[in-house]
Write a protein of this length. Structure first.
Ligand code: SF4
Length: 463
């Protein structure tokens, strides 16, 4: 059995009939009845579609500025259409720049070629030869766009990018979405759908794969092989290469690593680049600035300013980077809920690390616990250079008494990054422990956070 058929065989055998009976799929298949195309209609709709892709201002319409183009596309003779004739027509339009005129001239010329070669016969319009012409009209990176547009015009052409992705996962165990991967061009998907012998038509194969990949989700048809594949509930899993192979994550595209839940710390620079930038100039500047060892921590204001100088003026990359950092920071300091328990100094460190690691000043926090040592509340006691007078037992225990705490833990940071306790830290701790004994609210630990490390007085037996 040919490799591209296996997917459709299993799809048909296991869930084909239930997918086919769903109203979404039925509607999709019924709407593929061939309709004859009117040249006027198709030409005008094509212009409506491609003008925004060529960044023509929204203010230019068939009634304002572009009337010669809209009229001309209906009047040109497809057999004898000449470039200079199209250019003259575009020169009569107002508001277009030279590059847009150039793009529109070649789009109109190719459209005339399509009209000449197919006579707008829908069967001819979706042949691979004609599709190659449609792909010349739409911008280079949007070949799927062309197919989707043709489908909207009533031409039953396979156009499901996500169906192709599901097929790739099932048949190859991979779904590299890398732009470099030429196999992701829809031409390959069209060939696969044409060559399969399981479903009656290529279009039907495409629609069933689309349903399986979750394209009908809005209509209540939740396919399982969508952006985040739900392999545990997939009836095709036993035969699926993606499910069988966990793969070597080093060779996977970043999208695939996300889908497989395989992002590690070493991937963060690439992940940031993927998240933050689709603009090649921004991507290049980011690439030069990312530090594989400490990618997020290192983004000081000075470094952001350096990066800002390498950006296009209208870029808001710096803001997006700040937003990402802030998001991670907030995630890291997400508050504990009452009744959660700290079971080790490591858990205390993990909870406060993000909040304290970049503080320029020392900050002293207490966590108040109930009689089963479950979390009650946390309080900021003070900020600044810590000394005995700033961390006064009165401040610490007033709050503990107010919350009726049965015990407490102290945490503070060393902006220097060195977590070793100073003489002052020893004196403060000793004093708090003594008062705790007197008032019946023991100090269970004092954790000092310094950079990525910490010291626990309790772990070191210093309490
Ligand atoms: S097992 Fe997972 S990856 Fe494979 S076809 Fe099913 S949902 Fe898709």
């Amino acid at each position: 059995m040919a490799e591209h058929e296996h997917f459709f065989q299993i799809l048909q055998k296991k869930i084909g009939s239930s997918l086919r009976m769903h109203p979404w799929t039925t509607a999709q298949l019924n709407s593929s009845n061939i309709r004859l195309m009117s040249r006027k209609n198709l030409g005008e709709k094509l212009l409506d579609q491609i003008l925004p892709l060529f960044e023509v201002s929204e203010e230019l319409t068939r009634f304002a500025g572009l009337q010669p183009l809209y009229d001309g596309i209906n009047l040109l003779d497809p057999v004898y259409c000449r470039k200079d004739e199209v250019l003259r027509m575009l020169e009569k339009c107002t508001g277009l720049d030279d590059s847009q005129r150039e793009q529109l001239t070649s789009a109109v010329m190719v459209f005339m070629d399509i009209v000449k070669k197919t006579d707008l016969n829908p069967m001819q319009l979706k042949s691979i030869t004609t599709l190659s012409l449609w792909w010349k009209i739409f911008p280079e990176l949007k070949p799927w766009y062309a197919l989707k547009w043709l489908w909207q015009q009533g031409i039953a052409v396979p156009h499901s990018q996500s169906g192709y992705r599901a097929w790739r996962r099932f048949s190859h165990g991979s779904n590299s979405e890398s732009a470099k991967n030429a196999n992701l061009h829809p031409k390959r998907w069209l060939e696969i759908c044409e060559e399969q012998n399981v479903f009656e038509t290529a279009f039907e194969a495409d629609r069933l794969a689309a349903a399986f990949s979750g394209e009908g989700r809005h209509a209540g048809l939740a396919g399982v092989c969508g952006n985040l594949p739900d392999c545990n509930n997939c009836e095709l899993s036993l035969e699926c290469h993606w499910y069988a192979t966990d793969g070597n994550s080093e060779n996977m595209a970043i999208e695939e690593r996300i889908q497989r839940n395989k992002i590690s710390t070493a991937d963060i620079p690439e992940l940031m680049q993927w998240l933050l930038s689709s603009n090649p100039e921004e991507a290049k500047a980011l690439q030069n600035s990312l530090n594989a060892e400490a990618p997020l921590k290192d983004w000081s204001r000075e470094r952001l300013r350096e990066l800002e100088n390498q950006q296009p003026l209208d870029s808001n990359l710096i803001l997006r980077l700040e937003a990402l950092r802030e998001m991670c920071r907030n995630y890291g300091i997400e508050k504990l809920k009452p009744k959660d328990q700290f079971n080790s100094s490591r858990e205390i460190f993990n909870h406060f690390h993000q909040q304290l690691e970049n503080q320029k000043q020392e900050q002293f926090i207490i966590v108040l616990l109930d009689n089963k040592h479950r979390y009650l509340a946390e309080e900021d006691v003070t900020k600044g250079i810590l000394n005995k007078s700033l961390v006064h037992p009165r401040e610490v225990f007033a709050s503990a008494i107010e919350h009726r705490a049965a015990a407490l833990i102290c945490i503070h940071n060393h902006p220097s990054g060195d977590p070793e306790p100073s003489q002052e830290d020893f004196r403060i701790t000793e004093r708090l422990v003594e008062v705790g004994k007197l008032v019946g609210i023991p100090v269970l630990d004092h954790v000092i956070v310094g950079g990525d490390n910490y010291t626990s007085f309790a772990d070191k037996g210093l309490l």
